[in-house]
Design a protein. Structure first.
Length: 377
């Protein structure tokens, strides 16, 4: 696995079985049969069964995230041109409509019994998880549906779909991630889960979780890579017009509050430092702004801000560098100097440590005039 993949991985042995895809979801999804029958002209009965992916559609689901597993698993093909995955969609009720978070519903043609046929179950995010999100417990209807899942089935959650896995006990004692916006709530609701809010996805063998929305693409591509190798995963990425790997983790996407230097007894020192981020700043200099000893200033600073003065100063310089990378055409060397890091190498080390990306990669991602659409022949 390349270093550019920000992922917590626990290697486990698993034989990936070839699988068959369904069409991309529209207003009607999951039309494939569940009996494993091959369409006319298909391969012989002696072939290895395709790996079946069953996507669980819950009320309040996000149509974009529902489409991710169909798009990614619906594209890989083997050497003979045959599809490698079989993708179907089911709900927790008999076939019928499932409401999305948009102004339309989708018609799902399979009920919860489809989960019993799955080699992999994917649970996309939903905005109507009710007791699952509020109390960390499954509804009787959802619990009955999940009971169809066979032992040993690979479980995958996209974004807040992880709440369902956690409420069902599948994440107890395991590492997992979810959207950074929900990570604190997730950890409070499920204290036995080792939540990592910085990564795009977590692979813990047979249980995998992703951060929000587009991180589901990263996770599904990772699964294809794990099952069938880099070449096939990269081809799927090209056809989907997404990068095979994304640099960094969720840290680069988290919106941080604007500092309030006027608050507390160390506010004057913070305001003084913010105006001089491009200059060398010593702890003694900051303490002098409050007429305190270094020891007293450090103690009060930590009490008010929650980190040491040095940690706070580094954080502000990183924020300054990110702002300049997003909003200016300054060279990386100049950004490093203006943010107080001195050299491009120092800036690179700090940005990699904090966000998991290089200055160039950060600028390419977030600076508006660097966003360009590229066609792939």
């Amino acid at each position: 696995m390349g270093s550019s993949e920000t992922v917590e991985t626990v290697e486990t042995a698993r034989a990936g079985k070839p699988a068959r895809p369904a069409a991309d979801p529209a207003l009607s999804v999951g039309a494939d049969s569940l009996d494993g029958a091959r369409p006319p002209g298909g391969r012989g009965l002696s072939e290895v069964p395709r790996h079946r992916v069953v996507v669980l559609a819950l009320d309040g689901l996000l149509p974009f995230e529902l489409g991710i597993p169909h798009r990614i698993f619906g594209r890989p093909v083997g050497p003979d041109g045959g599809p490698l995955y079989d993708v179907v969609t089911c709900s927790i009720r008999p076939p019928g409509p499932v409401q999305t978070d948009a102004d339309f519903a989708i018609h799902v043609e399979h009920g919860p019994e489809a989960l019993a046929t799955a080699d992999t179950v994917v649970i996309p995010a939903s905005y109507e998880l009710g007791p699952v999100y509020e109390e960390g417990r499954l509804t009787p209807e959802l619990a009955a549906a999940l009971a169809h899942i066979r032992p040993g089935t690979r479980l995958v959650a996209i974004c807040t779909g992880g709440y369902v896995l956690a409420a069902a006990g599948y994440l107890d004692g395991r590492p997992a991630t979810t959207h950074w916006w929900h990570s604190d709530h997730f950890q409070e609701l499920f204290p036995t889960v080792a939540v990592d809010a910085d990564v795009l996805f977590v692979d813990d063998g047979e249980v995998l979780t992703s951060a929000g929305v587009a991180a589901g693409i990263d996770l599904c591509l990772h699964i294809v890579r794990r099952d069938h190798g880099t070449a096939i995963a990269n081809e799927v990425a090209r056809r989907t017009v997404v990068p095979p790997h994304r640099d960094g983790g969720q840290a680069q996407f988290i919106q941080r509050p604007v500092p309030e230097p006027e608050k507390g007894t160390t506010g004057r020192a913070r305001a003084w430092a913010l105006a001089r981020l491009h200059e060398p700043i010593q702890l003694r200099d900051m303490a002098d702004q409050e007429a305190m000893s270094v020891r007293t200033f450090t103690r009060r600073f930590r009490d008010e801000v929650g980190v040491s003065p040095g940690q706070w100063l580094t954080r502000q310089r990183i924020e300054r560098a990110c702002h300049l990378l997003e909003s200016s055409a300054l060279s990386i060397d100049q950004v490093a100097r203006d943010a107080g890091f001195g050299t491009a190498q120092s800036l690179r080390q700090h940005l990699m440590g904090a966000l998991g990306v290089t200055p160039t990669a950060y600028r390419r991602t977030f600076r508006a005039d660097h966003a360009r659409l590229r066609s792939v022949a």
